[in-house]
Structures are given as structure tokens and as C-alpha cells.
Design a protein around this ligand. Structure first.
Ligand code: AMP
Ligand code: ZN
Length: 465
């Protein structure tokens, strides 16, 4: 497989490390609210990468963390008067539910930052011992960026900018988890406890406090995947400062290269602006389901464009995706006739070689889908003999695995629990009596339990997510 390596800025042959596996670390969600569909674009394209490597005969080993200690999780949990653990547990559960609905494979490891405080403290200690970090008088610890020559290599920061800025543009030490290029400066590895943190602090050699955001990924990648990993990935917004800081921490602490390849997924936009929680222009999976589109349809819409390009989200994309997945399903039904299909035993591609080659060429999903539809449009299935038909079905099924599209109609016969039927009826009645706030609340409650309501003019139906 070939992949564009953000570090070298070149498309390179992707080869596994000495273990023969592909060790990969994906920066996971910050669990303080719903993940939005922009976040899911990133996780979905990473999922297509993992699946394609599997179909190509490799054995990827993935760690994707849960960020449950940072400015946002602590701030929100303190404000809502819920313990950090209970608060982040709720959002982690909802994240898992959405990943399942979108058919995103679970990672081999899913470490949580709050459960790895010791590992983070150990790494900070090593950085101080080696002269790459220092403790300030208030008990916070900072990484000294001028001590690491390689700082800025991933995001092309100019050396001049770096050397002159020990402090950020406001003349302060940088304590924020997230900041932009104008504020490049020594960044916090450990933050001393503040009143606003409530009870969320841990003892350390520098006093009570908590880790900065960046150190968790360095410490957990090392613990689960080793000092050098094969590939690291996240959305483009993580290149700076998060990934730059991860490289600095890991390479200085371990004395080894951190990651051989870097893959960055470009943003999902709405009306030309980045979809983000802070801009408030976001859609969640539940919002999409509530509009009557399936999770599969959303999956298709989000993977259909190349990961290196921005994608502007519209409901027209979803309509097109609905149509496309319908055509794929019809084709699958026609070639499989409901019989089980063997996949993954493809020594030589006969029908869909171009489509698979497109995935091997920098995960070119639009080219892959284009090739698939070309074959679908041109092939006369009736003319094929039994052997050829089953080969065609096997190849098609392997590609659907890589793209993570499930074409069997398993949902049809799901039983709806009585409790859910009752809430749905209450919601319908609330809506009929124009009590929209109550109706909305009940709809959310159903979504959180994994059920979607589709309204028609006179009635409604209940569907499993
Ligand atoms: P967060 O939960 O904010 O840490 O983000 C989780 C992942 O989603 C990270 O890899 C981000 O880079 C990525 N991400 C955030 N916003 C977008 C977006 N609009 N489009 C695609 N990926 C995004
Ligand atoms: Zn990270």
C-alpha cells in the first residue's frame, strides 16, 4: 500500500515495522459531549485504512485513546457537579454506541488518560532528568522547546519563530491544552492544581496537579505499542500543536523516532466552515438519524471523498449516499442470491482489481467507488457461470468489508422493547399536543437508548440505530 506521509510530505510505500504488524495510534475523542460527524469522518477514514490493511494480508494493531482529563472534561464536569469519572463515562458510552452504529471497528487498545496518570508522571520525570523539561515555581512542569532541534518538523514551523518565543504572545507561560501557532512556546506537561479543577488532581513529585493534554498520547502509545510506532493519525487540526508536542515528548524521553508514518484527515465543513463544537455548526449522528437517514448512509457520505481533501457536508450528499448504497445492495442481492459469500481469499482480482488498487493507492475512496460502479454498470451477471459469479461476489464482499458497508438487511426483524414503545408513544402524544419541548426531550432519550423515530404525517415508526 502507498500512503501520503505528512512528515515527509510524500506518498510512500507503507511497510510494517520489525514486528510484522502495523502498530497504529489514533488520537481519540475528548469525552465531554457528543462526537460530531466531522470527528467521525476522521475515525471512519482510519477505519477504512485498518480494514484495507487487513484485506491486504496484514495484522494491524490499533490503540485509540479516550481523553478524559483535560481543560474541557474537567471544566464541564465541575460545572455540572458530576464526578469526572461519571461524567466522562457517560460520553464514552455514547461514543461507543455511535461507533457501533457506524460500523467502526473497536481498537485493540482503548486506554483512558485518567487511568494512566503514573505512566504520564514517569515520562515527565524522564524529560526533566534528560534536560528537556523544567518545573516552574508554581508546581507546573513545562517542555522546553528550544532543547529539541526537531521541534516544528511536522507542521513546518520556522526555527526563527521558535527561538524567540519562550513565552506566548501574551507574555505568559502556555498552560492551555489547545493554542494556535501565534502562541508557540514552552507547553505544559504537568499543571499544578487550581481551585477551578475541583477534586480533579493527583499527587506528583511537583505537588498536586494533573497532566497536560499532550503527554497522555506519548505515554500511552509507548505503553501499548512501544517506543517507535508505525503510524500515527488524527484530523489535520491536530498536526499543531498536539502532534508536534507528542513527537517532542516521545523522542526526547525515549531517544528514538516516535512514528514512521503520519496520516492526517482533512476537515468536514458545513457551509464552508470547519464543523466544530466551538462554532456550534455541528451535526451528530443522532441528528442525521432523526432526519431519516441511516448510519450506513452517513458512513458512505463521509468516506466517499478523498481523506486529504476537505469535504463540505450537505443533505444532498446524504441523498446521493442513500441512492448509492441502495444500488450496491441491489447488486449484492443479485450476485449472492442470499447465499453466504466467501471473502478474503483473493489471490488474484478478476473483476474488482482496479477498485482494490485504488484503496491501496493512498486510500483513494472516490476512485474505488467509481471503479465499483463501473463494474456494476457494465457487468452482465446473467452471462457468468456459477464459479465466476461466486468469485465476483467474493471480491465485491471484500471491498464492502474494506469500506465497512454492510449490505444485508439484518435490521428488519428486530424486536422493539415495550419500554421503548411506551416512550415513543408518549413522544408522539406530546408532539400531537404541540408540547414540542417534551417531545424533543423524549426523542433524545430514545436516541440515547439506540432507537430512532421516523415521523410521517399521521404516524411514526421506530427503528434500531
Ligand atoms: P476531539 O474530540 O476534538 O479531540 O477530536 C477527535 C478527532 O476528530 C481528532 O482527530 C480531530 O482532529 C478530528 N476532527 C475534529 N473536527 C473535525 C472536522 N470538522 N472534520 C474532521 N475531523 C475532525
Ligand atoms: Zn494524541
Amino acid at each position: 500500500m502507498k500512503l501520503f506521509n505528512t512528515l515527509s510530505e510524500k506518498k510512500e510505500e507503507l511497510t510494517p515495522g520489525p514486528s510484522g504488524k502495523f502498530t497504529m495510534y489514533f488520537c481519540g475523542p475528548t469525552v465531554y459531549s457528543y462526537a460530531h460527524i466531522g470527528n467521525f469522518r476522521t475515525y471512519l477514514l482510519q477505519d477504512v485504512l485498518v480494514r484495507t490493511l487487513e484485506a491486504d494480508g496484514y495484522n494491524p494493531c490499533v490503540a485509540r485513546n479516550i481523553t478524559d482529563v483535560d481543560d474541557k472534561t474537567i471544566g464541564r464536569s465541575v460545572r455540572s457537579n458530576v464526578s469526572l469519572k461519571n461524567f466522562t463515562e457517560k460520553w464514552t458510552r455514547i461514543f461507543h454506541r455511535d461507533c457501533d452504529a457506524l460500523n467502526i471497528k473497536s481498537p485493540n487498545f482503548e486506554p483512558r488518560a485518567a487511568e494512566h496518570i503514573n505512566e504520564q508522571i514517569d515520562m515527565v520525570k524522564t524529560l526533566i532528568d534528560k534536560g528537556f523539561a523544567y518545573a516552574a515555581h508554581d508546581g507546573s512542569v513545562y517542555f522546553k522547546i528550544s532543547a529539541f532541534d526537531g521541534y516544528g518538523a511536522l507542521s513546518n514551523l520556522r526555527e526563527r519563530t521558535l527561538k524567540t518565543q519562550e513565552l506566548d504572545s501574551a507574555g505568559k507561560k502556555n498552560l492551555a491544552d489547545e493554542y494556535d501557532r501565534d502562541s508557540v512556546s514552552d507547553f505544559a506537561l504537568w499543571k499544578s492544581a487550581k481551585a477551578a479543577d475541583g477534586e480533579n488532581f493527583w499527587p506528583s513529585p511537583w505537588g498536586n496537579g494533573r497532566p497536560g493534554w499532550h503527554i497522555e498520547c506519548s505515554a500511552m502509545a509507548k505503553k501499548y505499542l512501544g517506543e517507535t510506532i508505525d503510524l500515527h493519525s488524527g484530523g489535520v487540526d491536530l498536526k499543531f500543536p498536539h502532534h508536534e508536542n507528542e513527537i517532542a515528548q516521545s523522542e526526547c524521553a525515549n531517544g528514538k523516532r516516535f512514528s514512521r508514518y503520519w496520516m492526517h484527515i482533512n476537515h468536514l465543513l458545513v457551509g464552508g466552515a470547519k464543523m466544530s463544537k466551538s462554532l456550534g455548526n455541528l451535526y451528530t449522528l443522532s441528528d442525521i438519524l432523526a432526519k431519516g437517514y441511516s448510519a450506513q448512509c452517513l458512513r458512505y457520505a463521509l468516506i466517499a471523498a478523498h481523506y486529504s481533501q476537505q469535504l463540505n457536508f450537505t443533505f444532498n450528499n446524504l441523498e446521493a449516499a442513500k441512492n448509492a448504497t441502495g444500488r450496491l445492495r441491489n447488486f449484492f442481492n443479485k450476485i449472492s442470491n442470499g447465499a453466504p459469500v466467501q471473502r478474503f481469499a483473493i489471490a488474484e482480482w478478476e473483476f474488482f482489481g482496479d477498485a482494490f488498487a485504488a484503496l491501496l493507492d493512498d486510500i483513494n475512496t472516490p476512485a474505488c467507488l467509481g471503479s465499483i460502479f463501473k463494474v456494476i454498470n457494465e457487468s452482465t451477471v446473467e452471462a457468468l457461470d456459477g464459479m465466476q459469479k461466486s468469485k465476483l461476489a467474493g471480491e465485491f464482499s471484500t471491498l464492502m468489508y474494506c469500506l465497512g458497508l454492510q449490505l444485508d438487511d439484518a435490521e428488519a426483524s428486530i424486536e422493539i422493547p415495550e419500554k421503548i414503545q411506551k416512550v415513543a408513544a408518549d413522544r408522539w402524544n406530546a408532539k400531537q399536543s404541540k408540547n414540542f419541548q417534551e417531545a424533543d426531550l423524549l426523542r433524545r432519550q430514545l436516541l440515547d437508548s439506540g432507537w430512532v423515530i421516523n415521523d410521517t404525517k399521521d404516524n411514526y415508526s421506530i427503528e434500531k440505530m
